[in-house]
Design a binder for this molecule. Sequence first.
Ligand SMILES: [Zn+2]
Length: 64
Amino acid sequence: MPLFEFKCKKCEKKFEELVFSSRKEPVECSHCGSKETEKLISTFCAGNGSSKSAGQCNAPSGFG
Ligand SMILES: [Zn+2]
């Protein structure tokens, strides 16, 4: 599932939102409704198959 974590710049709360590739509208904060949000880096490696160094990745060992 394309679940991303966002942080609101207005109330500085974090929330998760399902974002599909076809969606272009800014994500609204689920707490205050502000559209001043930024997408946070996921805790998992984001589909970069060329990455071989596991040092920067939180993926469980043996993944892939
Ligand atoms: Zn907010």
